[in-house]
Design a protein around this ligand. Sequence first.
Ligand SMILES: *[C@@H]1O[C@H](CO)[C@@H](O)[C@H](O)[C@H]1NC(C)=O
Length: 749
Amino acid sequence: MGSKILTLNMSKTRMFLFIMLFCCLVSETSATVSYDGHGILVDGKRRILISGSIHYPRSTPEMWPDLIYKAKEGGLDVIQTYVFWNGHEPSQGKFFFEGRYDLVRFIKLVQQAGLYVHLRIGPYACAEWNFGGFPVWLKYVPGIEFRTDNEPFKAAMKGFTEKIVNMMKAEKLFEPQGGPIILSQIENEYELMEYDIGNPGKAYAKWAAEMAVGLGTGVPWVMCKQADAPDPIINTCNGFYCENFYPNEAYKPKMWTELWTAWLLGYGEPAPYRPVEDIAFAVAKFLQNKGSFINYYMYHGGTNFDRTSGRFVATSYDYDAPIDEYGLVREPKWGHLRNLHKAIKLCESALVNSDPTVTSLGKNREAHVFKSGGACTAFLANYDAQYSVKVSFGNVQYDLPAWSISILPDCKNVVFNTATVKKIFSSFTEPVIIFSNGVVSFHGKHMQMTPVGTAFSWHSYTETAPSVGDKESFTEEGLREQLNVTWDTTDYLWYMTNVNIDNNEAFLKNGHLPILTVDSAGHGLHVFINGQLSGTANGNINKARLTFSGKVNLKAGLNHIALLSISVGLQNIGTHFEKWNVGILGPVTLRGLNSGTWDMSRWTWSYKIGVEGEALGLYSVHGSSSVNWAVGKSLARSQPLTWYKTTFDAPGGNDPLALDMSFMSKGQIWINANSIGRHWPAYKASGTCHQCSYAGLYNEKKCLSGCGESSQKWYHVPRSWLKPKGNLLVVFEEWGGDPSGISLVKRSY
Ligand SMILES: *[C@@H]1O[C@H](CO)[C@@H](O)[C@H](O)[C@H]1NC(C)=O
């Protein structure tokens, strides 16, 4: 190319330059994103936009193209993601944009697929993500207070937001630059906190809006759940239903930034699911009431790898989304929504160019009719949760199942009914639904987890609980807050002290052992007395605090007490959630001694950060060679503080893989030194799992599954983390389990 240009004569070169200039001027003036009361306008064209959330760090880069492709096939126009600050700036000023955190690569893949991006910079994300997406070091910036009118916080927030915006600009990723980003978001669901804290909150929200707009991205910003979002920012709705939401100005479009496709899974909780008929009904209701943008939260939920989940949030972030945790389409959810999106596209121009005329068709029945330029589109609704009805519309009779809306793009023919789940012709799965007499029944194959037959041969290494004087420990008066000590570099902090028991103590003779009571701000606790596990306690997603109280087998003379305090993800939501404490704050008491009760809270305590195996890096090939592992008859079983390792070859095929951890209790898993996340199958789901009808108002407690079982027994093993041969699998088990029960399974239909 270069040499050819060199041979051009002057006039041709001028012509060439002229054409270049002309083309670029044209594209620069036409590439715009704007809005009005009827919708977002992309390059001057008003749109109904269907969006879905896929959070890039919740899958692997190798999964991204397939997820994006399935989203496009599912009828999406936009992919929405948060930006995860703590993933990108793990320590202050040290940035990371590689692997699962390669944001630019993710956005470019979306662009290559021909889809748009809604970039929620936040930088507060919530998202059931560790610390809501904030780096832990941020909490220790002098004088800082999160998400309020606080100079250190505003400076840090502006710095990160600017960094991301500049990075997007440099890569030409905003729509006016020819990129895919058509929308951004600043802050996140702030209005409740603003209400809580009053004037400083108001000042902060206004500052955040002005700061964001000042960055000149060329695309609109939204603030979700922010009724007072100042112009030109669009306030948007998050919820299970949003038809009754309206933006704060008539010239802003009605947008739904989070349509919850189910709900998060917490350890100790059953798995929530949401019937697709109700989701489709909610979408149709929103659109017939002038809605023009919907985003499924989540469209692909994925996995909270590593230690990225929020407090008591499970490692699986499946969310009952249209694409499941493993990247497979979930039917009939995915296919029914794809059919809905096809129907909506047929109505797009009528929906964005007119206001509906609403007529009653009887009790709990309505018609919404959109007329524009000779075209007519109708939505016929039956809001009754129990009865199907026949309605007459334009002299034609239509059957409307309970709690459903029919879409008639030409005001005559029903192309879609939200409660009628038709046979799915997904290109990814076999048809799974048989449809008779208007009653949908599911006779298909269900998603299965089948063992792949890999036999693991385990090695074990059991740590000993540390004690006062341990070489890695330090000593202080009284009890320290855990996060302040660890900065969340590990889940674990040891609190150690010594107790001297006099020969005269009565309990030594009468056997009435003393009671140790430990009050902790959470989230889990294992008590070791003279090296022996003596008890365990944990909180739950609704209550972080815990109290351990139990008899302790003390002997005459010196006794070592070692308390292992465990965090299970940091709080991610609520007014000043950053002020939540972790760890043993006391009181710690010993009851039943000759002199009564000893308050140990102000004693001298020794501290040790993390467990030994973390320091040795036992999860890596190199680190694992630093200790002697037991095998065969001496393999540890039901032992606390035990590391297990094995090597295995990757099974053939492309089916996604998982580990069945049913026989283990709690800890963490690594494959080739990549952290899969925390396992906690010992935490069984409490609650009642009722039969659940799609009809009637949905909430996150309505449809639950897995009551009485492990909240999560399967843990995703990404294919791309495996080599063909000799993969190192390491499990750290805190309480004790039987590794021979661990199996590798594949997920398939
Ligand atoms: C962290 O601990 C230090 C030392 O005890 C204390 O001075 C400081 O106030 C603590 N910081 C926070 C934010 O709790």
